[in-house]
Design a protein around this ligand. Structure first.
Ligand code: PMP
Length: 382
């Protein structure tokens, strides 16, 4: 089976696995046990991991808090800031192509607090309307939260520009950067990011762990959402899973080290994949931006006249890909991201995301093209 769903999750890199395994075995200590060697050894490894994550985004290690994943990081960012806040600002700006986790937190914030969540319009490639933001961000804006790299269409936002607008208006700038490390160099200082969410399993690290960068200044202005024994500077209670922390640290180190080379090689495979499909299948359309400002592994295609779910089913078990649709209570909802960039309901339901990554090969791409051509031909004939 050919795995083309790297944006859903990545395989754990063997180097990550090798680095973390000892912390499930001989070095099993609790990193918070401060009185003996087992604890010290685990704590030291966790701190190295924290440093590696900090280096990935140009932060200091005391600004990194471990969480269970980007979903929790997003919860901590928005809920934690809102719960602490007593000032007059009343609005949260998000893009209309945020991940479901941000959307559902915002839904709760609107209901529970007297806050207004405003969606910044995006163009038909998913780029937020900078002029709109610049005209609308003001002393009433509490948080601006923007997904750095979109998980469905790969749009890479211009964080530097958004950061400047946030600064000018005095708003806090949060970014969900779960998909970003493979697509862009993140620099929280240069981009003026105050708080940023990361996920380990999107960067070849273990599942069940993530991190959040909270600038030193902002740490005084946020409430935890998980209370416990004062771990993580009081910002997130609970014993740290040392093996997972170590794994995420290694994953961060590897993705930073190989960024330039890997970004280019994945992008050229992706481009080849697209060109081959275009040459073999009539009438396919690319959803989302052209290459330079797009995640290197992402390709989102509309196959007019074909139902995405049918195509994915026909590709089983040979190709793993996904439709952005969400199935809630038996009704398939077309992707809100595709709808936001102007796709019709039908176009959205005919679209599939393929995503390539570190372990993808040319041979896989060539085989996948044959299988997809076959599947499309079959469905268009029937
Ligand atoms: N944000 C984005 C953009 C994502 O792609 C994902 C994963 N689909 C998440 C948040 C949630 O991350 P996690 O699985 O680590 O909770």
């Amino acid at each position: 089976s050919i795995y083309l769903d790297y944006q859903a999750t990545t395989p754990t890199d063997p180097k990550v696995l090798a680095e973390l395994t000892p912390y499930y075995a001989a070095s099993f200590g609790n990193p918070h046990s401060a009185e003996h060697w087992f604890g010290w050894q685990a704590a030291k490894a966790v701190e190295t991991a924290r440093q590696r994550i900090a280096q990935l985004i140009n932060a200091d290690s005391d600004e990194i808090v471990f969480t269970s994943g980007a979903t929790e990081s997003n919860n901590l960012a928005l809920l934690g800031l809102v719960e602490h806040y007593t000032g007059p600002r009343k609005k949260i700006f998000i893009s209309s192509i945020e991940h479901k986790s941000i959307l559902s937190i915002c839904h709760k914030l609107e209901k529970k607090f007297s806050l207004e969540v405003v969606k910044i319009p995006v163009d038909n490639n998913g780029f937020i309307d900078i002029e709109w933001l610049s005209n609308n961000a003001n002393e009433d804006t509490f948080i601006i939260s923007i997904i750095a790299v979109n998980n469905e269409i790969g749009t890479v936002q211009n964080l530097d520009v958004i950061g400047k607008i946030a600064r000018k208006s005095g708003a806090i700038f949060h970014s969900d950067a779960s998909q970003a490390p493979q697509a862009m160099e993140i620099d929280v200082l240069r981009s003026g990011i105050d708080i940023l969410s990361l996920s380990s399993h999107k960067i070849y690290g273990p599942k069940g762990i993530g991190a959040i960068y909270i600038s030193r200044e902002l740490q005084k202005h946020i409430e935890p959402i998980i209370y416990g024994g004062g771990q993580e500077n009081g910002l997130r209670g609970g014993t740290l899973p040392a093996p997972l922390c170590v794994g995420m640290g290694m994953a961060a180190k590897l993705i930073k080290e190989h960024f330039t080379c890997e970004n280019q090689s994945i992008a050229s495979l992706r481009n080849l994949f697209f060109e081959m499909l275009q040459a073999r299948i009539n009438d396919i359309n690319l959803n989302g931006p052209s290459w330079p400002r797009r995640h290197p592994g992402n390709i989102n295609l509309c196959f007019p006249g074909i139902n995405a779910q049918d195509l994915i089913a026909v590709l089983q078990p040979r190709i793993a890909a996904s439709s952005g649709s969400a199935c809630s209570s038996g009704i398939v909802e077309p992707s809100h991201v595709l709808r936001a960039i102007g796709c019709s309901h039908e176009e959205a339901q005919s679209s599939i995301r393929f995503s390539l990554g570190r372990m993808s090969t040319r041979q896989e791409v060539e085989e996948a093209v044959e299988i997809i051509v076959d599947g499309v031909t079959k469905l268009r004939r029937s």
